[in-house]
Design a protein around this ligand. Structure first.
Ligand code: DSN
Length: 414
């Protein structure tokens, strides 16, 4: 930071502050992770100087021989890692990856059926405030109120009634395995294309800790952040027959030049995710999440669906509402002792989205720091203490536990 500190001390101070915040915080936001230093190195590399519009072998800028090598590595590694016929590694984000599928396969006004944002879906799967909900006719499926799991019968009913051109599976706040085979059956029956957005679980899929959507979906979109623990950006996998349409939808359809330092970091992400070490990491994420879930339940806190199969869980705080506890107040109380979570709507939530009755808790980042089940359970204990028996002494004890765990597991060893 010395050069930046000299040229722009205000910016250097903000970045330095963020490094200290990350190092001193137990990060439980389910979409976040701590990338290996080599990913930072590649994302900060000289590749940022290069324009490379087009695709390997077909560029609109000269001097792209090394860019072709970089992008081909990323494409081939993504295909191999996930067993896909085609990969596009240029999307700047997961939302852009989804938008490219829409642009490639839909006309404005076509019907999309996706998971309700309020029940765990993602903004870009048809929400009214997103381009997906503005340009297309959208319908939403949700959860069975009794099991709080995806109501596959409802998905089928809605699909048969509205005959969506595109059926979307995938979620941002769903703690259970998604049955991709069932989605495929429904898509086939309704005559729909199937898109699976696996952004949250991509690392679990790569590491064999969640079934893969690739054999079932026409398109799979994802980010390389989250459980995949890599570059900031998105990618698309698809069947060979859609390769040209997808590539054209990304460039020149919705993007210009690819961000080549991120494409390179994606190549590295896919290489790292193909290792035995990453498989062990993916399995440990799930073990840590399940250790936390078990401890929450021992402490009398309710989890949506009663547990988790993946990297995240949703705490239902409605029983604590008479003590004034909401998702928002819990997020704030935990932030004060150095624990980062996000408030989250839960199924049937009586509160508005800015307040909520739930918090979402993910185990990917603490697992990257080296936490094992006992430490994950200790974190669940201090969260339970803050929620159930708040006091100055509880907060002081929680701060001490957070400090000790963060010190033991520094995010980047110097
Ligand atoms: N939807 C955001 C999240 O899950 O936190 C990011 O995709």
């Amino acid at each position: 930071m010395h050069t930046l500190g000299y040229i722009d001390p205000e910016l250097a101070s903000a970045i330095d502050g963020e490094l200290r915040r990350q190092d001193n915080t137990i990060e439980l936001i389910a979409s976040e992770n701590i990338v290996p230093p080599v990913i930072l190195e590649v994302q900060g590399s000289i590749l940022t100087n290069k324009y490379a519009e087009g695709y390997p072998g077909h560029r609109y800028h000269g001097g792209c021989e090394y860019m072709d090598a970089v992008e081909s590595l990323a494409i081939e590694r993504a295909k191999r890692l996930f067993g896909a016929e085609h990969a596009n590694v240029q999307p700047h984000s997961g939302v852009n990856a989804n938008l490219a599928v829409f642009v490639a396969m839909l006309k404005p006004g076509d019907v999309i059926l996706g998971m309700d944002l309020k029940q765990g879906g993602h903004l870009s799967h048809g929400s009214a405030v997103n381009v997906s909900g503005k340009y297309y006719q959208t319908f939403a499926y949700g959860l069975d109120p009794r099991t709080e799991r995806i109501d596959y019968d409802q998905v089928r009913d809605l699909a048969m009634r509205h005959r969506p051109r595109l059926l979307i599976a995938g979620a941002s706040a769903y703690p259970r395995v998604i049955d991709f085979a069932r989605f495929r059956e429904i898509a086939d029956e309704a005559g729909s294309l199937l898109l699976v957005d696996m952004a949250h679980i991509a690392g679990l899929v790569a590491g064999g800790a969640h079934p893969s959507p690739v054999p079932y979906a026409d398109f799979v979109t994802s980010t390389t952040t989250k459980t995949l623990r890599g570059a900031r950006g998105g990618f698309i996998l698809c069947r060979a027959e859609y390769a040209k349409a997808i590539d054209s939808a990304i460039f020149p359809g919705i993007q210009g030049g690819p961000i080549m330092q991120n494409v390179a970091a994606k190549a590295l992400t896919f290489k790292l995710a193909a290792t035995a070490e990453f498989r062990a990491y993916a399995a440990q994420i799930v073990r840590n999440a399940q250790a936390m879930a078990a401890r929450f339940q021992e402490r009398g806190l309710r989890l949506v669906t009663g547990g988790t199969d993946n990297h995240l869980m949703l705490l239902d705080l409605r029983d604590l509402a008479d003590r004034g506890v909401t998702g928002h107040s819990a997020e704030q109380a935990l932030a004060e002792v150095g624990i980062a979570v996000n408030k989250n709507l839960i199924p049937g939530d009586p509160q508005k989205p800015t307040v909520t009755s739930g918090v979402r808790i993910g185990a990917a980042a603490i697992t990257s720091r080296g936490f094992k089940e006992d430490e994950a359970a200790a974190v669940a204990d201090i969260i339970a203490d803050i929620l159930l028996t708040p006091s100055d002494a509880t907060s002081e004890r929680a701060r001490r536990v957070v400090r000790d765990l963060c010190k033991k597991h520094a995010i980047y060893q110097s």
